[in-house]
Design a protein around this ligand. Structure first.
Ligand code: GP9
Ligand code: MN
Length: 434
């Protein structure tokens, strides 16, 4: 009988997708900024509300020929929400079937995550900038196990008065107040910014509103507020890009931007339908599933081989994609995702609840839909049924491997060739002011 970790390694080796030579290493040695667009969904990109672009800055980055962008990229979070997204993007392993891996197992889980891999492949320093308390989602413990050198949480910023809203320091202040810390970091660095202002219930202080942006007037305050905080988040990205260009960091960095999960819940989607030019009365589970797309884009200033890539994929695929762009071979790491740019990849996107989408089908809420028509396929032909059964098996297997790995903490038993395990005791994030 094979050991658990050997079964995981067999799965990973069987599903490994080689890097695409056209893109391999194009970002080698560059600083990496990862910008976590809280609760930001793909449908807001290129959207106009009252003749105003909701997100002009993100739209410009999205359409730039220096950006590789994806328009069939899905979030795959479970109840861990932001923490599930972080786990997938930095380890290419799913979150748990219930609860948050960070919260329930993060204290002593063995990770082989981006910060430690980039440290050992390019000497990257690493930091997270986030305006909430360090203990939220148990991040202060998890990040040490991931090998993050620094974690500039709320205690590093002035969050007094109206500088914080909801889950922490407002985004424009996070990007502004983080600069003194960022500028002290050894290059090349891997810096993750986790925004919070665009978070349920999407309220914004009057002084933070753009007087020129008039939001929607649907019956849902949540939907109307969503476009205001989208717009605010977009402005904060615009301001950060101005800083990157002025500081010169822009030219030797790549900027990764992604949405972590949906912002508008299915119950509000009927209000959203009219904004998206759809009939609320025709709205189905199929439409809900299509809205689970979130942005994923990699902006590589100075490089002009970008474009919008239509491959179907998700958050689990980010790590191998990014490592290959940075010229790091990902084959020896345990990753359940596949490089989004590799021609050898599967386009079956597995969700935490075992639903899935492919370029042809959407399987959601126990119904199979045809992506060409958006209609339920009531009695699929044998050929279609055989394909669907194959996809269901692929999804079940991928989630089973992930759950087994997490629940038994199997990376304790596997050291990739040449990889140094993380010593969490080396890190202390307290800034002395706490
Ligand atoms: C909390 C912030 C929001 O610090 O990241 O987390 P979420 O509620 O989206 O999981
Ligand atoms: Mn979130």
């Amino acid at each position: 009988k094979k050991s658990d970790i050997d079964n995981v390694l067999d799965y990973v080796n069987k599903n490994y997708a080689d890097a695409n030579a056209k893109y391999a290493g194009v970002a080698k040695g560059k600083n990496v900024f990862t910008i976590h667009l809280e609760s930001f969904q793909q449908f807001s990109l290129d959207l106009k509300v009252n003749d105003q672009e909701v997100t002009p800055n993100l739209n410009r980055i999205y359409h730039s020929d220096s950006t590789i962008a994806f328009d069939n990229f899905f979030h795959q979070v479970g109840q861990g929400k932001t923490s599930d997204a972080e786990n997938m993007l930095e380890t290419s392993i799913f979150g748990l079937p219930q609860g948050s891996l960070f919260a329930t197992q993060g204290n002593d889980q063995t990770f082989q995550a981006m910060p430690s891999i980039l440290k050992q492949n390019g000497g990257y320093s690493s930091a997270v900038f986030h305006g909430n308390n360090a203990s939220f989602w148990n991040r202060n413990n998890v990040y040490k196990n991931m090998g993050y050198q620094y974690f500039f949480d709320a205690s590093y910023y002035d969050t007094s008065g109206d500088k914080a809203m909801g889950y922490g320091l407002k985004d424009k202040l996070l990007f502004y107040d983080s600069v003194p810390y960022l500028e002290k970091m050894q290059q090349p660095f891997y810096a993750k910014y986790i925004t919070v202002t665009n978070h349920f219930p999407y309220s914004l202080d009057d002084e933070d509103k753009d007087p020129n942006f008039v939001t929607t007037d649907t019956d849902s305050d949540v939907v109307n507020g969503y476009f205001e905080t989208n717009h605010y988040l977009d402005q904060s990205i615009g301001e950060f890009y101005n800083y990157l260009k002025k500081s010169g960091l822009y030219d030797n960095s790549i900027i990764v931007l992604y949405g972590d999960h949906y912002g508008i819940s299915n119950s509000e989607n009927k209000e959203l339908a009219s904004v998206l030019g759809k009939d609320p009365n025709e709205w189905t589970d199929y439409d809900n599933a299509q809205l689970q797309r979130v942005p994923f884009m990699i902006n590589i200033p100075g490089w002009h081989g970008g474009g919008i890539n239509h491959t179907y994929g998700g958050e689990i695929d980010v790590m191998p994609t990014l490592l290959h762009l940075l010229g790091v071979d990902s084959k020896k790491y345990v990753q359940l995702g596949q490089d989004l740019l590799s021609p050898k990849r599967s386009q079956v996107v597995a969700f935490r609840d075992k639903d899935f989408v492919t370029p042809e089908y959407t399987y959601t809420n126990h119904e199979l839909y045809d992506n060409k028509t958006g209609e339920v396929i009531t009695n699929p032909s044998k050929e279609v049924q055989d394909k669907i059964d194959k996809y269901k098996k692929e999804v079940r297997e991928k989630l089973k491997v992930s759950d087994n790995l997490n629940q038994k903490d199997l990376l304790r038993f596997y050291k990739p060739k040449g990889y140094q395990s993380v010593d969490a005791s080396k890190y202390n994030y307290a800034n002395g002011l706490a």
